[in-house]
Design a protein around this ligand. Structure first.
Ligand code: KIV
Ligand code: ZN
Length: 513
């Protein structure tokens, strides 16, 4: 059985999804879960992109021990230096350098000749190799590049010290047969190809990302790259959960496997979905809520008689638990702590106490407290940033009637520690809340996107709200969970404002240092 390395880029290509912006604590939580899932390599970000990115990659690199951590860099010394600063503390310093090789990119984007691209790539790999033991080089837009040029540049880059060569289908253009053929061609024509691992990186513009990754494996790829829940630029990347489960279910065909712990897939998917605000469609392969639901009578009858009639993947395989009702209002702190540990949370005493209090409050108001509710409470506590004083919601009151003008009255404690209350109207309750918050937070706020979801089912379900805003010229996203949709909406809005303030606070601290 061939072993395929899994390279996760949820925190880099995935974070490039429109509207997604995770803070450092959230990125660290995702990285820890990816480590638990068993991915070989975590691409934690793009250190040269910003100070915040660099700090997040550094924190992940210094924390994660059972996966290799990498960071993206353009083919220049400045980017490679930033990557080294972020990654030198990791157990296995690894860098991912990329440079485009297609005529379209070289002519219009880079404005470089093929000779210049070749020279730049070789120089960058030599420079990176002085620091990093593991150096991956990606021929960006490889799939629209001239194959003879690809053979030449890959040969040179390997001579310069690259240890992994990635052939990305950057714009999701190729059909599986073509992508597989590219891998065969490179294996047959690059004389020193046996010195490196070959990697596949696919995008889903034509809905072919998973099929293309599998075709690459069939044709000699040693590593596959993708994201959890298939999030990413434009239509997204290949979903790692889909590839890993496909290899498992069709071992007979692919004769290849990954080291992923498949029963950690559902938890990873839930965490990424909650923190990014990118909802997993019900019919999404492997992790969608309907992936194991049998609707038609004929199918239900078949599954009751013999599961395998209509079910090729079992819910247990991906860690989907069916015992949902777990704790109630009489459950004590000990049971709650056990549950948190069983769900994979590692909270310190004070955060655990806060989470327990939130659970008790919920249990008083909600008939059944499900795994999903507890997951939402624990994730919120785990990822709460408290190091900077921010706006704290103290009370919210909304008046709504079909024939009245909706009015909100909100009180907060400001970052300076003052109690402040305001009221405003709007054409709906949410607008009234957002107009009120705008009065409270000293600065114009524009709402760019708004989502509301229920956590699990039932009329008394918790609500998760996601917003994207522009506050004082900085774009940010925010999320809030509450049993009431209006409170969740208010919390998400304030959370987005607070994220901007945190960012500014961190920038200020760094400038002072
Ligand atoms: O899609 C792509 O080409 C990339 C590269 C940076 C590897 O994400
Ligand atoms: Zn990509």
């Amino acid at each position: 059985m061939r072993q395929i390395d899994v390279f996760d880029t949820t925190l880099r290509d995935g974070e490039q999804s429109p509207g997604v912006n995770l803070n450092t604590i959230e990125k660290l939580e995702v990285a820890k879960q990816l480590e638990r899932l068993g991915v070989n390599i975590i691409e934690a970000g793009f250190p040269a992109a910003s100070r915040g990115d660099l700090q997040a990659v550094k924190m992940i690199a210094e924390t994660i021990k059972n996966s290799s951590v990498t960071g993206l860099a353009r083919a220049n010394e400045k980017d490679i230096d930033a990557a080294w600063e972020a990654l030198k503390g990791s157990i296995e310093p690894r860098i991912h350098v990329f440079l485009a090789t297609s005529p379209i990119h070289m002519t219009y984007k880079l404005k470089m000749s093929t000779d210049q691209v070749l020279e730049t790539a070789v120089a960058a790999i030599k420079y990176a190799k002085k620091r990093f033991t593991h150096v991956q080089w990606s021929a960006e837009d490889a799939c629209r590049s001239d194959k003879t040029f690809l053979v030449k540049i890959i040969t040179e880059v390997i001579n310069a010290g690259a240890t992994v060569i990635n052939l990305p289908d950057t714009v999701g253009y190729r059909a599986p047969e073509e992508y597989g053929a590219l891998f065969r061609y490179i294996k047959e024509h690059v004389p020193n190809i046996d010195k490196v691992k070959l990697s596949a990186h696919t995008h889903d513009d034509l809905g072919l990302a998973t099929a293309n990754a599998l075709a690459a494996i069939e044709n000699g790829a040693d590593q596959i790259e993708g994201t959890i829940n298939a999030i990413g630029e434009r239509a997204g990347n290949a979903g790692l959960e889909e590839i890993a489960v496909a290899l498992h279910i069709r071992q007979d065909f692919y004769n290849a496997s990954t080291r992923l712990k498949l029963d950690e897939i559902k938890r990873t998917s839930n965490l990424v979905s909650k923190l990014t605000g990118m909802i997993v469609p019900g019919n999404k392969a492997v992790v969608g809520n309907n992936a194991f639901a049998h609707e038609s009578g004929i199918h239900q009858d078949g599954v009751l008689k013999e599961r395998s009639t209509y079910e090729i993947i079992t819910p247990e395989l991906i860690g989907l638990k069916t015992n949902k009702l777990v704790l109630g209002k009489h459950s004590g702190r000990h049971a709650f702590k056990n549950k948190a540990e069983e769900m994979g949370f590692e909270l310190g005493d004070s955060k655990l106490n806060e989470a327990f209090k939130a659970f008790k409050d919920l249990a008083d108001r909600k008939k059944e407290v499900t795994d999903e509710d507890i997951f939402a409470i624990l994730t919120d506590k785990q990822t709460e940033a408290k190091e900077i004083q921010l706006y704290d919601l103290r009370s919210l009151q909304v008046q709504y009637g079909m024939d009245n003008i909706p009015t909100a009255t909100i009180a907060v404690v400001t970052p300076e520690g003052d109690y402040k209350q305001e009221a405003a109207t709007g054409s709906g309750s949410v607008e009234a809340i957002y107009n009120t918050i705008e009065k409270l937070v000293d600065g114009p706020v524009t709402l760019l996107d708004y989502k509301i979801n229920s956590v699990g089912g039932g009329r008394d379900a918790l609500a998760d709200s996601y917003v994207q805003i522009q506050y004082n010229d900085t774009a940010s996203s925010g999320r809030g969970t509450a049993q009431d949709v209006l409170e969740a909406s208010a919390r998400a809005y304030l959370n987005a404002v607070n994220r901007v303030l945190s960012l500014k606070g961190i920038e200020k601290k760094e400038m002072a240092m």
